[in-house]
Design a protein around this ligand. Structure first.
Ligand SMILES: Cc1cc2nc3c(=O)[nH]c(=O)nc-3n(C[C@H](O)[C@H](O)[C@H](O)COP(=O)(O)OP(=O)(O)OC[C@H]3O[C@@H](n4cnc5c(N)ncnc54)[C@H](O)[C@@H]3O)c2cc1C
Length: 398
């Protein structure tokens, strides 16, 4: 017996995780995706122990573990002097004892494929491509999505998992376009044989420089190196698929250590992202319609958690819709109530970390002293709200 019909707008990481979580609870799920097929950017994504807790519920730990890399440490280095500022060992016995799950990094298309393949196992998930949702309507007993091609789909619940530029959000939250942070990210991957020897480390390394940072980590069973270079800029182009200019990057990172410059030099083609977020809100559900992931709480990537939060949302949403049966509106309210403070904290802390990474002068000195002076146990204690801040169904522990 299948249960209520649920439409998910958006087949990204959050939308597919939600489809899976809901299908496991026997809901009848349709995903409307605007693209003609699944697409993920050819870059990396970090997966904290918190999202592995969700993979456990979704029965995805094994397929993810087959494809992920498990780094030995999270490291911050000064981009000018190359001095190590802080090093946090991860995936050690004490890390796993503290957080129960590992810390992985994975190639984003691999993660999307794992989700896609898991969804294919469920006959109660239907995915329709080339469907760009524009708006929603609802009555007391049902809701519908209206698409750009004039088609419409009826359901008992609609979930907007349509990302930062969400159309579904416009029907629920009365706010403006996303906030442009003034930070730009350039992303690229480098085959391992092109990575300088000294940079071949199984670590997530963040090179903190004045108004810049560079993140490196291995991906895809260690066959490629992921690079994300971030700098301050007022250039603005909407979207996630624009080529960046190497000359701009060289100018922004000039004067940095040869290690950083050598890595940047290896890349010919970068993809550029204008980094945006929004102020936290607590009203992302209205009647039978709700939001999830970046549509609900877009955040800067400085805690590497936007995707993790979307997957936590997915598990929590399915838990409440399952538990509250016919009371759909109550379930969506309970889902939002159990998520908004945690996601707000990540949104706000991520902004703060952007300032910490890009600090200069006394702020940078204070950063180095504070982070460098921590023991591993103190570092773990500082991370526990994030990596251990949910129960097994994604509810925040506040
Ligand atoms: C540089 C960078 C690094 C990051 N690193 C990390 C990291 O290490 N760890 C981490 O957890 N997160 C990271 N993130 C954040 C993460 O990428 C996002 O938070 C995550 O992709 C959000 O997933 P989502 O499913 O909510 O939205 P999206 O991934 O944006 O997916 C939305 C989907 O909806 C579709 N869609 C949009 N509009 C419509 C419409 N109107 N109708 C139908 N379909 C529609 C889109 O085509 C897309 O498939 C990073 C982000 C950036 C920019």
């Amino acid at each position: 017996m299948t249960r209520s019909k649920i439409i998910i707008v958006g087949g990204g990481l959050g939308g597919l995780a939600a489809a899976l979580a809901l299908a496991q609870k026997k809901f009848d799920v349709t995903v409307l995706e605007q693209a003609d097929r699944f697409r993920e950017v050819g870059a990396g994504i970090q997966l904290g122990p918190n999202v592995f807790k969700m993979f456990n519920v979704l029965d995805l730990v094994n397929p993810i573990e087959e494809l992920a890399v498990f780094p030995e440490a999270l490291v911050m280095r000064d981009a000018i002097t190359a001095n190590e500022i802080t090093r946090i060992p991860i995936n050690t016995a004490s890390f796993k004892k503290q957080f129960s799950f590992p810390y992985g990094v994975i190639y984003r298309p691999d993660l999307l494929n794992v989700l896609k393949r898991a969804c294919e196992q469920f006959s109660n998930i239907k995915i329709i491509f080339n469907k760009r949702a524009l708006t929603t309507r609802q009555t007391e007993t049902s809701a519908s999505v209206i698409c750009e091609d004039q088609s419409s789909y009826d359901a008992e619940v609609i979930i907007g998992a349509d990302g930062l530029w969400s159309e579904i959000r416009k029907n629920i939250v009365n706010d403006e376009t996303p906030r442009i942070s003034g930070h730009i990210a350039y992303r690229a991957v480098l085959p391992l044989d092109e990575v300088p020897d000294k940079a071949r480390k199984n670590e997530v390394i963040l090179w903190a420089g004045p108004k810049t940072h560079l993140v490196q980590y291995p991906l895809h069973r260690g066959e490629i190196m992921n690079l994300v270079a971030v700098f301050h800029s007022h250039r603005y182009e909407e979207g996630w698929d624009v080529y960046g200019e190497s000359s701009e990057l060289k100018e922004r990172f000039s004067g940095q250590h040869a290690y950083v410059l050598d890595l940047l030099d290896k890349i010919n083609s970068w993809k550029m992202w204008v980094l945006c977020d929004r102020e936290p809100v607590k009203n992302w559900s209205n009647g039978r319609i709700s939001l999830l992931g970046d549509a609900a709480h877009p955040m800067l990537q400085y805690l590497a958690q936007g995707g993790c939060m979307a997957i936590e949302d997915a598990v929590c949403l399915a838990y409440h819709l399952d538990r509250q049966g016919e009371n759909i509106i109550g379930a969506l309210q309970a889902y939002q109530k159990n998520r908004y403070l945690r996601t707000a904290r990540v949104q706000l802390t991520a902004r703060f970390y952007g300032d910490v990474y890009h600090a200069t002068g006394p702020t940078a000195e204070l950063r180095d002293l504070t982070l460098g002076g921590r023991t591993t146990e103190q570092a773990y204690a500082g991370m526990s709200w994030l990596y251990d801040g949910i129960d097994k169904v994604g509810r925040q522990k506040f």
